[in-house]
Ligand binder design. Structure first.
Ligand SMILES: Cc1cc2nc3c(=O)[nH]c(=O)nc-3n(C[C@H](O)[C@H](O)[C@H](O)COP(=O)(O)OP(=O)(O)OC[C@H]3O[C@@H](n4cnc5c(N)ncnc54)[C@H](O)[C@@H]3O)c2cc1C
Length: 339
């Protein structure tokens, strides 16, 4: 699409990740090219990526912001869609890209779609930059299954993420002010940078809380409707690659529709191409995420000890080897060249 340069320019500038203890001492660090580094070759904020894509297509595409689908029926002629605004229209095809909480998915696929809750809630918000923030992301484990993750952005602020282990409680459905208070109560006992983060939570206008659940759908298409991205196969941030999969899904479904006259064949080919890769990335290593969210003081100390081992020369050597393997093409999804 000719967007590579723009995307590179919007890089968050993150150079790697540091694991720190609650006294902010670095226990281990992994630069961008280390095997275990969470930092990828290219890091971009979701909002920046969306803006770049929107600017590119807005002239030739009709957007209806603030509207949503209320009813959908399909027959041989097309899919009749009724919107909340009262608008009604007939479409050849409908592609659902509504993320994990998709309502249109419910209308078309009903209870066919399963959620696998991973036992973690995540909260995400923007915080003012502090003196301790740098181009390194910081990961800090605290007791009670809490993990803080602080990452640089390219807007002069810091992105903060607080994850915590808890049985499914429906927190994502309660009002934002209550979500904020719940999180503040959860982290207020932590010595680390909790006071500063609590202030940021209070002030934040982009606060977001969600349970981490994978989405597993038996089918990704039904008649004239198909799903892509998190709506269809959410991996969660723990599995990673969610954005890659959303963009890849859009690329493959568009590619298959452009080369197949029969949309059913195109939808089938899209699913056949992507499903094996999605199945692979949705498989989490044993003990993940539970093991990296210890509840007790001893558990946190043991985990930090394991992180510190990664600093030793032999372990660094093994990680380097793993890093090389990680970049082997067989591990990656091979994308067809449609154009
Ligand atoms: C805290 C957090 C950190 C993450 N970090 C990473 C990461 O580092 N790397 C990575 O690759 N992935 C990451 N992910 C995952 C990634 O954000 C998602 O996989 C990706 O955004 C999925 O894209 P999507 O387009 O399918 O859905 P979304 O990005 O969720 O977009 C769906 C859109 O549809 C809109 N919508 C919803 N319902 C309706 C409706 N009924 N009608 C109209 N519009 C609707 C929503 O408002 C939204 O704009 C992270 C996720 C979270 C929560």
């Amino acid at each position: 699409m000719g967007l590579e340069q723009k995307i590179k320019e919007a890089n968050t500038t993150e150079v790697g990740i540091r694991f720190v203890n609650t006294r902010n001492r670095t226990i281990a660090e992994f630069a961008k090219d280390d095997a275990l580094s969470m930092t990828q070759e290219l890091e971009i904020l979701r909002g920046d990526l969306v803006s770049i894509l929107y600017e590119e297509v807005k002239e030739g595409t009709e957007f209806h912001f603030g509207d949503s689908i209320e009813a959908l029926t399909q027959n041989d002629e097309g899919a009749l869609v009724k919107f909340k605004s009262g608008l009604e229209s007939n479409f050849d095809l409908v592609i659902i890209a509504e993320g994990i909480g998709s309502k249109t998915r419910q209308l078309v696929f009903g209870n066919e779609v399963q959620f696998r809750y991973l036992g973690i809630y995540t909260a995400y918000f923007t915080a003012p930059k502090a003196a301790t923030d740098s181009e390194w992301a910081r990961w800090c484990n605290a007791t009670d299954g809490i993990v803080f993750l602080i990452r640089p952005d390219n807007h002069g602020t810091t992105k903060a993420c607080v994850n915590f282990r808890v049985p499914e409680r429906g927190y994502e459905k309660i009002p934002i002010q209550e979500q904020k208070q719940l999180l503040i109560d959860k982290i207020k006992h932590v010595a680390w940078e909790a006071p500063r983060l609590i202030e940021a939570i209070r002030q934040s206008d982009d606060f977001y809380m969600e349970r981490l659940s994978q989405v597993k759908a038996t089918h990704w298409h039904h008649g004239r409707v198909a799903m892509i991205g998190d709506a269809s196969y959410c991996v969660t941030p723990i599995g990673g690659v969610g954005t890659d999969l959303a963009i890849t899904g859009a690329y493959v479904i568009a590619g298959e529709l452009s080369k197949n006259h029969d949309y059913q064949q195109a939808f089938k080919a899209y699913e056949n191409q992507l499903r094996p890769y999605v199945t692979k990335v949705q498989k989490l290593p044993p003990g993940v995420p539970r093991l990296v969210y210890p509840k007790s003081k001893t558990g946190v100390a043991i985990l930090n000890f394991f992180f510190s081992l990664a600093r030793s020369k032999p372990v660094k050597f093994v990680l380097k080897m793993l890093g090389k393997n990680k970049k082997q093409p067989k591990q990656q999804l091979q994308l067809p060249d449609y154009w």
